[in-house]
Design a binder for this molecule. Structure first.
Ligand SMILES: [Zn+2]
Length: 140
């Protein structure tokens, strides 16, 4: 938790980018960073160094919960069948257009870096959809 606060305070980067940065935190990719931000109710574009202590705590607990569940699930699946399994039980990642399990709002997608991310506007961005930077650049 203290270490996470250090990492978060160190860089003026968007929290989604920070979670994906393997130099800072290893092992969290596109899918789980979407899940963690949804669980922490944080906008993926929020600047990491603007997070309050409460938000850092929520982020920390979301990382522990989401990754803990993923590991438990992977173990359970591996015990059943030894082959690799697709990631299951994603709540927002890859679910564009579906209803959010927490609030029922529609899960949206926005471009991020070289790919896209999924999020719930009601849970994460105060109900406002994020502007797609790639699209607005094209329209300008
Ligand atoms: Zn929601």
């Amino acid at each position: 938790m203290a270490r996470l606060r250090e990492i978060v305070r160190a860089g003026r980067t968007q929290v989604k980018g920070l979670l994906r940065d393997q130099r800072l935190i290893s092992g969290i990719g596109d899918a789980y960073s979407d899940e963690i931000l949804h669980a922490a109710r944080l906008s993926p574009f929020k600047l990491a160094d603007s997070l309050t202590d409460d938000q850092v705590a929520a982020l920390h607990s979301a990382i522990v919960t989401v990754l803990g569940e993923a590991v438990a699930e992977a173990r359970a699946l591996a015990a059943e069948r030894p082959e690799p399994h697709p990631r299951l039980r994603m709540r927002v990642h890859g679910r564009t257009g579906e209803a959010c399990h927490a609030c029922g709002d529609t899960i949206r997608e926005v471009s991020f870096a070289d790919s896209a991310l999924q999020y719930c506007p009601t849970c994460q961005t105060g109900g406002r959809p994020l502007a797609d930077r790639r699209l607005s650049r094209l329209l300008r």
